[in-house]
Design a binder for this molecule. Structure first.
Ligand code: NAP
Length: 283
């Protein structure tokens, strides 16, 4: 079997076009959807990420303001700036790029963002809303993965999904989203004994670890859907995921590539959360 590829670039393009339409509709009502992106320090990867986020926003018609602060900004100063953004009715989404400098408490900073503007979905109120099935903002990466499953028309009801990884921003929310779709969910992590015994039973595997070849062909049930969240570099320095793509695609029914899979979907879902925040504020 050769798996069908779930094309994250193509799906992200469709989502961006939908967001552009919703943005135009809101602007016609006199509301300019606005994302404030806050970067503290000069981490090179973060600088690239924030630029992408700002460009993505502007290409869909959303206003993006990129605020850069020096690495020696105090935590109190950052919290004060976030509170000011919370109080500014012209700002609909607030994103503080992580990681923050070591002298700042990331969770404290995130908890200072108003849940109504928490477009990254990292606030404890957002996590709680996902847990109890209330409206909130879902973290972009797992939400993008769920959208990919929707795109292929995959019905998760009664299916067995295995999530490898239990971080607060990917693994855990992914598991909650799958559970919300009536899948039976197993969460695996670094202490899981015999990972292969779990993945072999899975109809859907989501790999969110950050290590190459965590999932190989012998660990996958024929026909399973494999979603690869991982971002790693191979020996040649090329971007690759957690999944042995060449081997697994011969066994799986569907598979996401890296690059061109979950990455562009994560970026697209930030735009979805931002337009959603603006629409909610305008209701
Ligand atoms: P993280 O916080 O480091 O979490 C990694 C998880 O993997 C942990 O739960 C860890 O278990 C588990 N783990 C480590 N080794 C394992 C093993 N051998 N077998 C099974 N589980 C193992 O990472 P993250 O932030 O969730 O990100 C995961 C990956 O996704 C990274 O490569 C990251 O770059 C990528 N990512 C991609 C996107 C995107 O847009 N494409 C977005 C976010 C993240 P313990 O909990 O026991 O330590």
């Amino acid at each position: 079997m050769t798996a069908q590829i779930i094309d994250g670039n193509a799906l992200a393009r469709r989502i961006r076009a939908e967001v552009a339409g919703r943005t135009a509709a809101l602007k016609a009502r006199g509301v300019e959807p606005h994302l404030a992106i806050v970067l503290v320090g000069v981490d090179p990867a973060s600088q690239v990420y924030v630029k992408h986020k700002a460009n993505d926003s502007e290409q869909t018609g959303l206003k993006a303001t990129l605020e850069r602060y020096p690495a020696d900004m105090t935590e109190a100063e950052l919290l004060a700036r976030i509170r000011a953004l919370n109080d500014d009715p012209r700002v609909h989404g607030i994103l503080v790029q992580l990681p923050l400098p070591k002298h700042m408490g990331s969770q404290k900073v995130i908890e200072t963002i108003s849940p109504a503007k928490d477009v990254d979905g990292f606030h404890v109120a957002s996590a709680g809303a996902l847990m109890v099935g209330q409206p909130g903002f879902w973290p972009c990466t797992p939400h993008g993965c769920l959208k990919m499953l929707d795109t292929i028309g995959y019905d998760l009801k009664g299916k067995h999904a295995v999530v490898i990884g239990r971080s607060n921003i990917v693994g855990k929310p992914m598991a909650m989203m799958l559970l919300g779709r009536d899948a039976t969910v197993t969460i695996c992590h670094s202490r899981t004994a015999n990972l292969k015994a779990h993945t072999l039973q899975a109809d859907v595997v989501v790999a969110a670890v950050g290590k190459r070849n965590v999932l190989t062909a012998d660990m996958v049930k024929p026909g399973a859907v494999v979603i690869d969240v991982g971002m790693n570099r191979n020996e040649e320095g090329k971007l690759c995921g957690d999944v042995d793509f060449a081997g697994v695609k011969e066994v799986a029914g569907w598979i996401t590539p890296v690059p061109g899979g979950v990455g562009p979907m994560t970026r697209a879902m930030l735009l979805v959360n931002t337009i959603e925040a603006a629409e909610r504020a305008a209701r």
